[in-house]
Design a protein around this ligand. Structure first.
Ligand code: HEC
Length: 244
């Protein structure tokens, strides 16, 4: 083991250190991310001037926002309704698995994939390559692909959400419960709202005639969901002018 480290040192005359080498490089990356966030915040501000300036109810589709990230983990509420509600227990499993993957990210490269017979040659080839951008790219490829899949999933789950239109309806001019909270919030939440979820049947999943090839479809799974349950709340974000 020690010999190996010695060899490494001989090969690369300057060994990179956490400080200053890596930390400075990472800082540059994170400054870029921060700059992108600041840029987005300035160019696409969240409308907050209602009722003086009211956004359109459908505003914010395809506008990246933090909502996209949690919508990803709520997909179960969208797809598992009616008789499929039993699968909702899987949702925390997905989130926990994701958490574990992220926490152990720095250690995944220790998995001895090179021991797998088919891959051994490939790994040997890559490690024999001259260090440079190409080699670094190949080393980073798995993480890059993981990030790409994650970004794709976040986009797919979130881009329809109308995240900037809420003030269109939820503003003080619209009266109680739209922006002004109920007088007794806990009573509202545990009594009124619970009753709405329990008895207020809501026929979700109406697809547009276009989507169904011209056939009007009402009730995708043919089942009615609870008014204001989690599925309703998801639909409220994706299609607020239809589901409210
Ligand atoms: C087209 C108008 C409209 C838009 C746009 C809209 N809402 Fe609503 N929302 C309503 C109505 C109407 C209700 C039902 C209010 C009630 O029960 O008194 C409601 C209810 C809700 C509730 C449930 C309140 C409860 O009873 O617990 C939440 C949460 C909510 N909206 C959040 C949002 C968010 C977040 C957005 C933006 C992504 C949004 N709404 C956009 C009209 C709208």
């Amino acid at each position: 083991m020690e010999e190996k480290v010695g060899e490494e040192q001989k090969k690369s005359p300057k060994r990179l250190k956490w400080w200053p080498d890596y930390l400075l490089r990472l800082s540059v990356v994170f400054l870029l991310v921060l700059a992108a966030i600041v840029y987005l915040a300035i160019t696409i501000p969240v409308p907050f001037m209602a009722p003086e300036e009211v956004p359109l109810p459908d505003e914010g589709g395809n506008v990246p926002g933090p909502e996209w990230l949690f919508l990803l983990f709520w997909q179960g509420f969208w797809f598992w309704t009616g008789s499929q509600k039993k699968y909702l227990v899987l949702m925390p499993v997905g989130a926990i698995l994701f958490f574990i993957v992220m926490v152990f990210m720095p250690y995944w490269h220790k998995i001895p994939l090179a021991k797998i017979p088919g891959l051994r040659g490939l790994f040997a080839k890559i490690s024999a390559m001259q260090s440079g951008l190409k080699k670094s790219f190949l080393y980073g490829l798995p993480v890059f692909l993981f990030g790409l899949v994650l970004a794709g999933a976040i986009y797919k789950g979130g881009h329809q959400a109308k995240i900037l239109g809420c003030d269109s309806c939820h503003n003080p001019a619209m009266g109680p419960r739209q922006a002004i909270p109920p007088i007794d919030v806990s009573k509202y939440y545990f009594t009124d709202r619970a009753r709405q979820i329990g008895v207020g049947k809501f026929r979700a999943g109406k697809l547009s005639t276009e989507e169904e090839g011209g056939k009007l479809q009402i009730g995708g799974a043919g089942e009615a969901g609870g008014y204001k349950d989690a599925d309703w709340q998801m639909r409220h974000m994706y299609e607020p002018t239809f589901t409210w």
